[in-house]
Design a protein around this ligand. Structure first.
Ligand SMILES: [Zn+2]
Length: 426
C-alpha cells in the first residue's frame, strides 16, 4: 500500500515548532512532529483516540447493511487501530496541522525560526501538499490564522480595514466541512468503482482510496477540535480556564449543546502566571479516563462515527446502484457521464450528512455569541499592518476576502477528483 510507505517515512521523531492547534496528538506535539510507532500513529489520546472511537461507534451503530458498507469501503480490518483505513484517516487529520504549520512565522522577516519551521514542514510533507506553499486560504492579512477554520477556530486579520465576523468564520467551517465531505465521497466512489470494474491499477485505486480517507480525516479533525472548550466540567481539570479558552465557546441552544463562538489565536496564546497555557490543558482532556466525564453527549466521536457510517453507505449504494451501469472509462478516456453522476451523488451525500449529522453541532446565525476579549490584553494585535505588503500576488488584499471568494467547491472539487484516472491516460 502507498500508505505503508508514507507513514513509515514519518517514523523519525523530528524537532519542529509546535503546530498551533493541537488537540493532544498523544500530548507530544510540542517536541515532535508526530508520535509514531513503527510507522503507525499510536492510539492513546486526543485526535487518535477520538478517531478510533468513531470507528468503533460506527460499527456499533450499523445495521447489517451499514456493517457491510463499512467493510466494503474501509476494508475488513477497519476496527484495527493499526489498520490502513483508521491510520489513513488519522493521517488526514494530521494534515490539517501540517497545512496550518505552513503559515507559521512572519513572511517579511529575514530571520524567523517559525518561518524556517514552516519551510521544513513544506519540504517534509511535499508529497501531500499538491504544490501548496501556504494553506489554501492564506492571505497576507490573515497569516497564521488563515486555516484556523480547519480547527473550528476564528480567522483573524491584522488589517484593521478587514472585518471578519464570527458569522464569516462559521461559514468557512461549514463550507469546508461540506466541501471535504463531497471530496471524500467522490474519491471513495472512484476507488471502489475502479476496483469493482477492474478498470484501474492497484496503485490508482489505492491513491483514490487514500485521498478519500484523508478528506475524511480532515473532517474528523474539524469536528474533534470543536469539542475543546472551557466549562464547569473542564474547569475541574484546568481550574483557571475562562470562556474563550480552547477552540470554541459552547452553550445550550434549543435544548442541546452547540458551538456558539469560535476561539482565536489570542486565546490560544493566553498564558497564566505560571506559564501554563489553558489551551494546552484543555487539548489534553480527551483520554480514556476523562472522555465520558468531560465530553458526554458532545463527544465528537458521536458525530464523526455517523459521518463515517453514512459516507460508507453512500459510497456503497452509489457504486452498486446508479453508478453500476456507468463505466469509469470509455475508450481509455474518463467518461464524462460517470464524472457528472458521481459528482452529483457525492454532493447529495455530503448535503445529507451535513444537514442530518454535522449542522446541529454549530449554532445557526442569530444564536451565536461574540467571542469574549482576552482579559489583560490591550486590544488589538501587536503585529503592525504597515509591515505587510499590500500588493499580494493574488490581488486579494482589498476588501473582505471571506465574503468575496468563490467557494472552494467551485474552485477545487473537480481538480481533486480521480487522481488515479488522470494518470491512466498515458
Ligand atoms: Zn486542530
Amino acid at each position: 500500500m502507498v500508505l505503508r510507505r508514507s507513514l513509515a517515512a514519518l517514523a523519525p521523531a523530528l524537532l519542529v515548532a509546535t503546530p498551533a492547534h493541537a488537540f493532544d496528538w498523544n500530548a507530544r506535539t510540542a517536541t515532535q512532529e508526530l508520535d509514531v510507532l513503527d510507522g503507525r500513529i499510536e492510539v492513546e489520546s486526543g485526535h487518535p483516540l477520538a478517531t478510533a472511537r468513531a470507528f468503533e461507534l460506527a460499527d456499533a451503530a450499523a445495521d447489517a447493511n451499514g456493517a457491510a458498507a463499512l467493510a466494503f469501503v474501509l476494508g475488513d480490518d477497519f476496527l484495527d487501530p493499526r489498520g490502513d483505513a483508521l491510520q489513513t484517516v488519522l493521517f488526514g487529520g494530521w494534515l490539517n496541522e501540517v497545512r496550518t504549520s505552513l503559515d507559521m512565522g512572519d513572511p517579511n522577516k529575514k530571520i524567523d525560526p517559525l518561518a524556517w519551521a514552516a519551510k521544513f514542514m513544506r519540504w517534509r510533507y511535499s508529497d501531500y501538499l499538491d504544490g501548496r506553499e501556504k494553506s489554501d486560504r492564506w492571505t497576507e492579512s490573515t497569516r497564521y490564522s488563515s486555516s484556523n477554520y480547519q480547527h473550528s477556530m476564528m480567522v483573524n486579520s491584522i488589517d484593521p480595514a478587514e472585518v471578519i465576523t464570527q458569522d464569516d468564520a462559521f461559514e468557512l467551517v461549514e463550507e469546508y466541512l461540506f466541501w471535504a465531505t463531497s471530496a471524500a465521497a467522490l474519491n471513495l466512489m472512484v476507488a471502489k468503482k475502479g476496483q469493482l470494474e477492474g478498470s484501474m491499477s492497484e496503485e490508482e485505486i489505492d491513491l483514490s482510496w487514500v485521498a478519500g480517507l484523508r478528506y475524511t480525516g480532515s473532517i474528523f479533525h474539524v469536528i474533534e477540535d470543536s469539542s475543546v472548550t472551557c466549562n464547569a466540567v473542564t474547569q475541574r481539570h484546568v481550574p483557571n480556564c475562562l470562556d474563550g479558552d480552547g477552540h470554541t465557546v459552547q452553550a445550550i441552544v434549543d435544548g442541546r449543546t452547540q458551538v456558539v463562538a469560535l476561539s482565536d489565536g489570542h486565546w490560544y496564546e493566553r498564558e497564566m502566571e505560571d506559564d501554563d497555557r489553558p489551551h494546552a490543558g484543555l487539548d489534553g482532556l480527551y483520554t480514556e479516563a476523562t472522555l465520558a466525564e468531560v465530553y458526554g453527549d458532545f463527544d465528537p466521536a458521536r458525530v464523526t462515527s455517523q459521518v463515517l457510517l453514512r459516507l460508507s453507505i453512500a459510497v456503497d449504494d452509489a457504486v452498486h446502484g446508479p453508478l453500476a451501469a456507468v463505466p469509469l472509462f470509455i475508450d481509455g478516456e474518463p467518461n464524462p457521464e460517470f464524472d457528472a453522476l458521481a459528482f452529483s451523488l457525492a454532493a447529495e451525500a455530503s448535503n445529507a450528512i451535513f444537514t442530518d449529522v454535522i449542522d446541529a453541532r454549530y449554532a445557526d446565525a442569530g444564536q451565536r455569541t461574540e467571542l469574549p476579549a482576552v482579559p489583560g490584553a490591550d486590544g488589538e494585535d501587536s503585529g503592525k499592518f504597515d509591515d505587510v505588503d499590500d500588493d499580494t500576488a493574488s490581488g486579494e488584499s482589498g476588501g473582505c476576502r471571506l465574503g468575496g471568494d468563490a467557494s472552494p467547491l467551485a474552485l477545487g472539487l473537480l481538480g481533486l477528483f480521480g487522481i488515479g484516472r488522470r494518470r491512466r491516460r498515458h
